[in-house]
Design a protein around this ligand. Structure first.
Ligand code: CAA
Length: 383
């Protein structure tokens, strides 16, 4: 598959994920997508396999594995079902990760164990109706009243929003300070004052729940503040650096699935008395699909290895997400073309891959935001 050799542990993780995907995820992916059904049983089983908090130390309920193992597993899961992939990715990289990195001992003991072991599910509430790419302009506020912060505001497009037990919520504790006034809170979703709004009816990843969430005088214990007031913006961006590797991995999984379906179809489908895989026009298409998918995977692996080695990886993570997301979109478009009329119907899975691919160019930072991050870093580096 690649020149990068995997450890026995990494091979085991990938094989476990692959087997679970083939047996439990792939058979139900199309129906869950069609019926907008959140794959609760599958997520519970992913928890039992240790896949919901893969990088959290064992003493805090996780599997204590490296980030590279996480991307190996996540690619396989996303290959079977991109919805399942992002549910797993959000819990691992947007919820467990900031708790592991920025939480104090009490917070880790109180919240991380259940999330990392899969007993509870998390979500990450950053975006708002008028604050997507421009996070610093968020309007949700939190003010301290005795031993509680009082949260008010609206969060939008929250993956796992309606299913989550716990959330990392970003709110401004001082709007005059713009991004320096943003703080991060650990919020129990059963807290009075939290209301789940509309569930989005989406183009793709239809087995996920994507919700709008309202906070109305919601009282959060003061000890649930992550780090200190004003550190929220950096916590969010630091977390997203890692999260973007997860979304890039999801995109690689989607592209790989589309590539494999297309190659199999080309060998079966006949036209002009021959399998269509005999035609050079389609061979060139499959060659480009395979090459772009492999290049995306290598960018993902590079970013994951850098993260594991504590090397600054924000630019590489943005590159991986940008390239893998655009590759997933391109590869799935070609996959439909190869399948012809059949590809445009739900009889084959490539139309689902195409719909699922689009979101990877949008969430956890649009492709334009990734280009902005890459350009800033590149211009800083080259004197
Ligand atoms: N890590 C830590 N700190 C960082 C950072 C990083 N990667 N990048 C920047 N910072 C710091 C800077 O050092 C700076 O600190 P000081 O104020 O101390 O100097 C501060 O943050 C502000 O930095 P910028 O001036 O660069 O900030 P900006 O306003 O220009 O924004 C941005 C930068 C790249 C546009 C950023 O806002 C961004 O990434 N936006 C996209 C948001 C996003 O990805 N949203 C996704 C929603 S989550 C989601 O999709 C979840 C889901 O459910 C799947």
């Amino acid at each position: 598959m690649s020149i990068i050799s995997l450890t026995e542990e990494q091979k085991m993780v990938r094989n476990t994920a692959q087997e679970f995907m083939e047996n439990e995820i792939k058979p139900v992916a199309a129906i869950n997508d069609k019926e907008h059904r959140f794959p609760k049983e599958i997520i519970n089983k992913l928890g039992e396999l240790g896949f919901m908090g893969m990088n959290v130390p064992e003493e805090h309920g996780g599997s204590g594995l490296d980030y590279f193992s996480y991307v190996l597993a996540l690619e396989e899961i996303s290959k079977g079902c991109a919805s399942t992939g992002v549910i797993m990715s959000v819990n691992n990289s947007l919820v467990c990760s900031p708790l592991k990195t920025f939480g104090n001992t009490d917070q880790k003991l109180s919240f991380l164990k259940d999330l990392a072991s899969g007993n509870k599910l998390g979500c990450f509430m950053l975006s708002e109706p008028e604050a997507g790419s421009d996070v610093a302009s968020m309007k949700t506020t939190a003010f301290l009243d005795g031993d509680y912060y009082i949260l008010n505001g609206t969060k939008s497009w929250i993956t796992n929003g309606a299913e989550a037990d716990l959330a990392i919520v970003f709110a401004s504790t001082d709007r005059s300070l713009k991004h320096k006034g943003i703080s991060a809170f650990i919020v129990d979703m059963k807290t009075p004052g939290i209301n789940i709004g509309k569930l989005e009816d989406k183009l793709g990843i239809r087995a996920t729940s994507t919700a709008q969430i309202f906070f109305e005088d919601c009282k959060i214990p003061r000890e649930n503040l992550l780090r200190s007031e004003g550190e929220g913006f950096k916590i969010a961006l630091h977390t997203l650096d890692g999260g973007r590797i997860g979304i890039a991995t999801q995109a690689v999984g989607i592209a790989q699935a589309a590539l494999e379906e297309s190659a199999r179809y080309m060998k079966e489908r006949k036209a002009f008395g021959r399998p269509i895989s005999d035609f050079q026009g389609l061979q060139f298409m499959i060659a480009d699909m395979a090459t772009k998918t492999e290049a995306s995977r290598l960018l993902v692996w590079q970013a994951a290895i850098m993260k594991d080695q504590n090397i600054k990886y924000g630019k590489q993570s943005a590159m991986a997400k940008l390239f893998a997301a655009e590759t997933a979109m391109w590869v799935t478009t070609k996959a439909i073309q190869i399948h012809g009329g059949y590809g445009y119907t739900t009889d084959y899975p490539v139309e689902r891959f195409f719909r699922d691919a689009k979101i990877t160019e949008i969430y956890e930072g649009t492709s334009e935001i990734q280009r902005l991050v890459i350009a800033r870093e590149t211009l800083k580096e080259i004197q």
